[in-house]
Design a protein around this ligand. Structure first.
Ligand code: 13P
Ligand code: SF4
Length: 361
């Protein structure tokens, strides 16, 4: 296992590309309750008029998640959002999430209109894996299969043999390793290391990281567990290895929610974006959820467990996009067709193994 470049110890948010995108993050003004109600009513009207459906990621604002549920849309993880959009009778998909989710929706539903509240909502993993550099890296290692995370651009997906989500990554790599395949993995180095440790696969890792999960710290987590000794720690595999080493459950967003509802514990320390608390509290109202620390010893709380790009999704931006048709996501048809191949491979693998590649909790 080799990292592509030696930037260990540098937060993903320190890279120039990520900094540039973070500088473009602008938040909408908070709305009063009355303004929010007016905005929601207008969005509901436009969704109906335009035969549109709202699909929201677990990390978005609870107002948007609730609105998706109230209007017959969906709150889920990234790929289930796209699958739901593909299977929906709606002709317009409004994706509350980040850009790669809008692109995946376009790839799976090439004949539908896909809108996103803001095209500036990206992801540090996507940003840190430019398609040209990644393509050159793959070209330099032609003996390796290319497996990429869903958190990538359509162009990176088009270069891949497989696309995976965090809920199915271990199964796919295990399957490939059993055939003696050597692998290039991109972009998340923490998720890559985790998959490598679970499967023993020969993996060459790209050096990306999620600016949210990278900030969870083992020391703070251990201190917190001393306060709540009976709590289970639930961690997303984009977290650093030191955090995963003390987690009771490691899983994707949907797997974290399922664990919280199914495990007997009453208290959970959660190492993922705190937007997920809306669903956790909805599905397990009698349980207590505590966000894993991103402050204290060795931590910076720069994103404070909330993705700055997910946070760009607001009622106002959603309304504007629906009203004007702005922020339409598009993927050129030829690129989309190429990206569909590794995506479809994952979906077929999931159904052949009767695994849920992703899901809704
Ligand atoms: P999911 O694929 O589990 O929805 O996660 C997406 C993500 O951005 C995690 O940080
Ligand atoms: Fe990307 Fe991390 Fe935000 Fe998820 S939480 S969209 S991985 S930056």
């Amino acid at each position: 296992m080799t990292a592509m470049t030696d930037t260990s110890g540098i937060l993903a948010s320190d890279t120039e590309l990520v900094r540039k995108h973070l500088a473009a993050v602008t938040m909408s003004q908070p709305l009063s309750d009355v303004e929010a109600e007016v905005c929601k009513a207008r969005i509901k009207q436009l969704l109906a008029e335009k035969n549109a459906v709202l699909v929201a990621h677990y990390y978005t604002d609870s107002l948007l998640q609730a609105l998706a549920e109230e209007t017959g849309g969906l709150v889920s993880d990234s790929l289930e959002m796209a699958r739901f959009g593909r299977d929906s009778a709606a002709t317009t998909l409004v994706v509350a999430g980040v850009r790669f989710m809008g692109e995946t929706a376009c790839i799976l539903s090439p004949d539908k209109t896909v809108l996103i509240p803001t095209l500036d909502a990206t992801c540090s993993l996507d940003v840190a894996c430019p398609a040209d550099e990644f393509g050159a890296f793959c070209d330099a290692h032609p003996d390796r299969l290319v497996v990429v995370y869903a958190n990538t651009s359509a162009a990176v997906k088009a270069r891949a043999d497989w696309v995976v989500t965090s809920s199915i990554a271990v199964d796919v790599v295990e399957h490939l390793a059993a055939q003696g395949k050597k692998i290039i993995w991109a972009p998340d180095r923490h998720l890559g290391s985790y998959i490598q440790s679970r499967t023993g696969a020969d993996m060459l890792l790209w050096n990306g990281a999620c600016i949210v999960h990278e900030e969870f710290k083992a020391k703070g987590l251990l201190d917190l567990r001393a306060v709540y000794p009976d709590a289970a720690i639930l961690a997303h595999p984009e977290s650093p290895a030191s955090v995963l080493a003390i987690a009771d459950v490691i899983g994707s967003t949907t797997q974290i929610i399922r664990a919280a509802t199914q495990l007997p514990q009453t208290h959970f320390i959660v190492a993922t974006d705190k937007g997920i608390f809306y669903k956790l509290q909805q599905l397990a109202p009698d349980k207590t959820f505590i966000i894993a620390p991103t402050a204290g010893h060795d931590a910076t709380c720069r994103s404070c467990a909330h993705c700055p790009w997910m946070a760009m999704n607001s009622l106002q931006r959603l309304l504007e996009s629906l009203e004007t048709g702005s922020n339409r996501v598009s993927v050129p048809r030829a690129l989309s067709e190429r990206a569909m191949v590794p995506l479809q491979r994952m979906l077929d693998f999931a159904s052949s193994k009767q695994l849920k590649a992703t899901g809704r909790a």
